[in-house]
Design a protein around this ligand. Sequence first.
Ligand code: PGA
Length: 255
Amino acid sequence: MRRPFVAGNWKMNLTLAQGKALAAAIAADCPAGDSVDVALCPASPYLLPVKDAIAGSGVQLGAQNAYFAAPGAFTGEIALDMLLDVGCQWVILGHSERRQFFGDTDALINKKLIAARQKGLGVIFCVGELLAERQENRTEAVLETQMAGGLADVDAAMFEGVVIAYEPVWAIGTGVTASPEQAEAAHLYLRNWVRSHYNNAAADQLRIQYGGSVKPDNAAELLSQPNVDGALVGGASLKPEQFLPIIQAARGIVK
Ligand code: PGA
């Protein structure tokens, strides 16, 4: 049984006051014991104030990135221990913006993912193809490379805390959403990948979020697909009036 999981990726947005107000508004509508898992992933300076704003609610805390090494001389980086220290349950790894602008390769993502799982942190592991790759019918080949690279040396026990986010890069921040059929086909491919590389239980329990221009008006249809178990939401997670209806669309869906 898979609980739906909706995460808000705030990216490098909002002021402190805006972040606190947004987190409080989401927390007010997501009580502990809710039928959906919800996480907020603010920029690092806002992790602690957001943690305070969501205290006592059902909302969980996530970070957008981390470095794999133990605390030490790595100027500008954030250690996994630090994320745990401030109450994070999740870290997003492999987001396409990290891959595109900050040189996160499959090998680096793999190191981060292993380190995060060794620390017991949940990982939202992002994969997805570029527009040109889809147009050249290479979507599955790209997903295969990203999965094999990101999950190298990750055994079934370590994989248990991993959620996969399928985010076609051409749909991120563009207003263009993958059709429900396109999303379902990619999610099914990813679940079958896990089935063949791990086992049936890992595949059946794996939660796969869709990400890329999820909005209140397309969330229900995407979430109704058999292999879509939640959403990783960027732009629409910055406004309660957009994010709360997406969470509502996920409530009660159990696959
Ligand atoms: P978007 O971003 O919802 O703004 O398209 C999604 C993401 O990058 O996680």
